[in-house]
Design a protein around this ligand. Structure first.
Ligand code: GLA
Length: 402
């Protein structure tokens, strides 16, 4: 680091004490975008990222709101340079990160990158510990708009203090960035990260499965169950209450359209992520996506549930294993509700939604079947629908004037 740069870093450190805060006004609805990890892991390069961006323009994802393109782990060289700077791998990113950021910005995207609060990333690349202010300046100079910050190799570090340091470094560097904490829910970030980051992981890693378990990785239903707030007689409970505009629980990225899920399982995963106001970060290869998954990811009426301005996280309102059904609900703006019935059995089943059992939803509503895009009566009468295994029916309820 040159003397000039060192002076700048020290000045920024001093400024931080006066203005420690995260960037306000970001992520007022759950962030949407794409991330390289779920499908590509370490096999990333600048052409893949550019092709992904181009595909997301062609297939309508950008215009549907998926604007953050995030390069996950393994983009760097194994060592910092002599001045302690992170160096993009010259084989994978020969044009450098600034050029990639320019490309993405010119096409109407935001640029995201991954690093780690520990000494090394989970992939074994240099982590940010002890380099927070230096790294934040580099990210700002590359045009980074979103930082995902992991938790491998953290040793005895205190999570809250460590993430606050990076928050302050980003703020001092002066470029607004969504700060995405990837601490896996180990230190209950929902209790303290509201003024540290804009979203925080609540679970270990997702993989392409309904409810499987593979070491550190879980199917989406297991991650979902960790978000839920089951309505018992005394009302909702759980971590949903910590989410809201600017600060979201993150049950991990989407596996929609990846090969371990059936069509119905992808659709249920997507619908329920919208119910729990989750960030929608696609993880599939969007360059080679079947049209049914393109249509799923870009369905405006479903996205409107995720992006509802009220920003209230939904919850599981009813679980009736004997009837193969779970019902998840989310309060929306203007007195509307989203209601999602999941078939938990391993075969197709007739699911009956008895509106009167959903006691948090008071009043009378007309019912719209969102995926089928057709009217489905009103809440005066229970409704039965044939639903495939692990698939859902999703409704939007609008109050009727009476
Ligand atoms: C952790 C994170 C993942 C991904 C990998 C990269 O496991 O939880 O989302 O970023 O690291 O190594």
């Amino acid at each position: 680091m040159t003397i000039k740069r060192l002076t700048l870093v020290l000045a920024l450190c001093a400024a931080v004490t006066a203005s420690a805060q995260k960037f306000p006004g970001l992520a007022l609805t759950p962030p949407m975008g794409w991330n390289s990890w779920n499908t590509f892991a370490a096999n990333i390069n600048e052409n893949l990222v550019k092709e992904t961006a181009d595909a997301m323009i062609a297939n309508g994802m950008r215009d549907a709101g998926y604007t953050y393109i995030v390069v996950d782990d393994c983009w760097e060289t194994m060592e910092r340079d002599a001045r302690g700077n992170l160096v993009p791998d010259p084989k994978k990113f020969p044009s450098g990160m600034k050029a990639l950021g320019d490309y993405l910005h010119a096409k109407g995207f935001k640029f995201g990158i991954h690093s780690c609060a520990g000494t090394k990333t989970c992939g074994g690349y240099p982590g940010g510990r002890g380099h927070e202010f230096q790294d934040a300046l580099a990210y700002a100079s590359w045009g980074i708009d979103f930082l995902k910050y992991d938790w491998c190799e953290h040793g005895t570090a205190d999570a809250r203090e460590t993430y606050k340091t990076m928050r302050d470094a980003i703020h001092a560097a002066g470029r607004p960035m969504i700060f995405s904490l990837c601490e896996w829910g180990q230190n209950k970030p929902w209790e303290w990260a509201g003024d540290v980051g804009h979203m925080w992981r609540t679970t270990g890693d997702i993989y392409s499965s309904y409810d499987g378990r593979k070491g550190w990785e879980s199917g989406w239903k297991r991650n979902l169950d960790l978000q839920y707030t089951l309505v018992e007689s005394n009302g909702p409970d759980g971590i949903g209450k910590y989410a809201g505009p600017g600060h979201w629980n993150d049950p991990d990225m989407l596996e929609v359209g990846t090969e371990g899920l059936t069509f119905g399982e992808s659709r249920a995963h997507f619908s329920l992520w919208c119910i729990v106001a989750a960030p929608l970060i696609a993880g599939n290869d969007v360059r080679h996506m079947e049209p049914v998954y393109r249509d799923m990811l870009t369905n405006k009426d479903v996205l409107a549930i995720d992006q509802d301005a009220l920003g209230k996280q939904g919850f599981r309102a009813l679980a009736d294993p004997g009837k193969n059904i779970e019902i998840w609900v989310r309060e929306l703006s203007n007195g509307e509700w989203a209601v999602c019935a999941l078939n938990t059995s391993s075969a197709a089943a007739d699911l009956t939604v008895e509106w009167s059992r959903l006691w948090t939803i008071q009043g009378k509503f007309s019912v719209h079947d969102v995926w089928a895009n057709k009217a489905a009566g009103d809440t005066g009468k229970s409704l039965t629908a044939r639903v495939d295994s692990h698939d859902v029916v999703l409704f939007r309820l609008t109050p009727t004037k009476s």
